[in-house]
Design a protein. Structure first.
Length: 114
């Protein structure tokens, strides 16, 4: 079981990024997928979840609702996180996570700074 995040980087406030998490080693479509983030000096926090199969069920943390969009492509075994209107407080390492497997990716750094 492996999760590999990508797409992070340095972006100015108000900018956008699209994070990806490529999954392998399990039946991707059968599992709900989550994004978490961990800012410097803070605990890891949940960001968003998308349901299994069609991914019609999504939910977001209040801090990101309306700015972040989670989606999935089961044909490519990939989950995405579109992050818009970035704020400095969004600076963190972003991780994807499969709760039923207890598997984390290595994370991708997002830095929001002018």
């Amino acid at each position: 079981v492996q999760l590999v995040e990508s797409g992070g980087g340095l972006v100015q406030p108000g900018g956008s990024l699209r994070l990806s998490c490529a999954a392998s080693g399990f039946t991707f479509s059968a599992y709900a997928m989550n994004w978490y983030r961990q800012a410097p000096g803070k605990e890891r926090e949940w960001v968003a979840v998308i349901g299994r199969v069609g991914g019609s069920t999504t939910n977001y943390a209040d801090a990101v609702k309306g700015r972040f969009t989670i989606s999935r492509d089961n044909a490519k075994n990939t989950v995405f996180l579109q992050i818009n209107s970035l704020k400095p407080e969004d600076t963190a390492v972003y991780y994807c996570y499969v709760p039923r497997l207890g598997t984390w990716g290595q994370g991708t750094q997002v830095t929001v700074s002018s």
